[in-house]
Design a protein around this ligand. Structure first.
Ligand code: NAD
Length: 433
């Protein structure tokens, strides 16, 4: 997985050589990036509540820190393995560089199905993971965050364990002195515990900012129609922000299926209805009313093939592949999920002239606000949601403008241009190292 992902960068490497006219250094940089700087593998003993001892495998892969401390989430998933964590850590190196954050890339994980653990066991396992990787993390070393199946509660346990260990290590009796600085070791914490306003909605908000920038460049007039697959944190928040900006959200779906209405849904009402009924089916909420005559149910395959201006895969990976790519009728694809297109699908859609906004750009709002959380902790500040979103807009529109320029100058896709920009920044970090 890591190897295949890396090998895809051959074309980018050649473009960089042309732009930077420094063949030797680019070759050297690619040699370095082909391996993470550090792979930490840990075995975590957990005493289960029935008194059995179980050992869980965990990882922290620190891919690259030429631009700053490592940054990346921790996932709890039965299929976590070294190769997957390595691939995700590499993508974090690219993502943080692309947005221009002074951070590198990392990822972590524990091979576990958290549904099989009690809350007490989950807490103990999370604390044990921190005890094992303690020496390698910290605000100027590596800053973990939540990912699949981890959340603010788990980050709160982790940061608490980190602070405890630091107190012991430094014999520190002054409990208040550098508390905030230590808290900056983890992001995605609860608001009460130093988390940032707006983090919950940040990825959706980032998607809106990037899409708005693109629409302006293309001179497209609203209302534009949008279909969103996935109505979780990312899909729901994006839908809500786009609705507020005058887009027409004609289709929405979750894992059980989707809904369609020509008139466009009100996402907040759809969410209320879904919560009440337990499923999205039949939640045809338009304007201020929900009515069975206002829409129809569709499948998760159909949602991808609708005649819409913008298609947003916001659920899982590889949903558009070589079998269904030619059926996609949207003009723009905004990749909010990670890796929603297979390589073959990407090629087919590029040839068809579909504009694809790559995941590393479209869904980077989350990591950007994570960086703001870290800044707030380090500077003893608390930003309002307005300030968080206005800073987010600055970072993301700047990255978008730079990608757009590279795309036009070198006749590249937005994905290729995003990789070129990220690697150009990492090259600069490499030269200064
Ligand atoms: P989530 O668990 O909150 O929501 C996922 C949604 O997708 C749910 O509505 C679920 O029902 C739906 N879904 C699951 N399987 C599906 C299927 N086969 N077909 C259609 N819908 C399906 O997750 P999320 O946080 O919204 O993340 C969504 C995607 O965005 C993931 O790929 C994630 O890696 C990516 N992402 C999330 C963030 C973030 O900050 N949350 C940041 C970057 C990338």
């Amino acid at each position: 997985m890591f190897k295949e992902n890396f090998e895809k960068l051959i074309k980018i490497k050649e473009i960089l050589k042309k732009i930077l006219k420094d063949e030797k250094s680019i070759d050297n940089l690619f040699k370095i990036l082909e391996n993470p700087q550090r792979i930490i593998k840990v075995y975590l003993p957990l005493k289960r509540e029935n008194d059995d001892l179980e050992i869980f495998e965990g990882y922290r892969v620190q891919h690259n820190n030429f631009l700053g401390p490592y940054k990346g989430g921790i996932r709890y998933f039965p299929k976590v393995d070294e190769d997957e964590v390595k691939t995700l850590a590499f993508l974090m190196t690219i993502k943080t560089a692309l947005i221009g954050l002074p951070l590198g890339g990392a990822k972590g994980g524990i091979k576990v199905d958290p549904k099989n653990l009690t809350e007490k066991e989950l807490e103990e396992l999370s604390r044990e993971y921190v005890r094992k990787i303690y020496d390698f993390i910290g605000p100027d070393k590596d800053i973990p965050a939540p990912d699949v199946n981890t959340n603010s509660k788990i980050m709160d346990w982790m940061v608490d364990e980190y602070i405890k260990l630091t107190r012991i290590a430094t014999n520190d009796k002054n409990k208040n002195g550098d508390e905030n600085r230590l808290k900056a070791t983890f992001t995605g914490k609860s608001i009460e515990n130093g988390g940032s306003e707006g983090r919950e909605e940040a990825t959706g908000k980032g998607g809106e900012i990037i899409l708005e920038s693109l629409i302006k460049k293309l001179n497209l007039q609203k209302p534009l129609t949008v279909a969103i697959q996935g109505f979780g944190n990312v899909g729901y928040n994006l839908a809500k922000f786009l609705y507020e900006k005058g887009y027409k959200i004609v289709a929405l779906s979750d894992s059980k299926g989707g809904i369609y209405s020509e008139q466009g849904f009100n996402p907040e009402l759809v969410m209320e209805c879904k919560k009440e009924k337990g499923i999205i089916s039949g939640c045809y909420c338009v304007g201020s009313v929900c009515d069975s005559r206002l829409g129809k149910d569709i499948t998760n395959e159909e949602i991808l093939e609708l005649e819409v201006d913008i298609l947003v895969p916001a659920a899982i990976e590889n949903v558009i592949h070589k079998e269904n790519a030619h059926k996609v009728k949207a003009k723009i694809i905004l990749e909010m999920a990670n890796n929603p297109l297979t390589e073959e699908a990407d090629e087919i859609l590029n040839q068809k002239g579909v504009i694809i906004v790559p995941d590393i750009l479209a869904n980077s709002g989350g990591v950007t606000v994570s960086y703001f959380e870290m800044l707030q902790n380090l500077n003893n500040e608390r930003w309002s949601k307005e300030k968080v979103f206005s800073e987010l807009e600055k970072y993301l529109t700047r990255a978008f403008e730079e990608v757009w320029e590279i795309k036009n100058n070198y006749n590249l896709s937005l994905r290729e241009a995003s990789f070129v920009l990220a690697l150009k920044r990492i090259y600069e970090g490499f030269k200064n190292n």
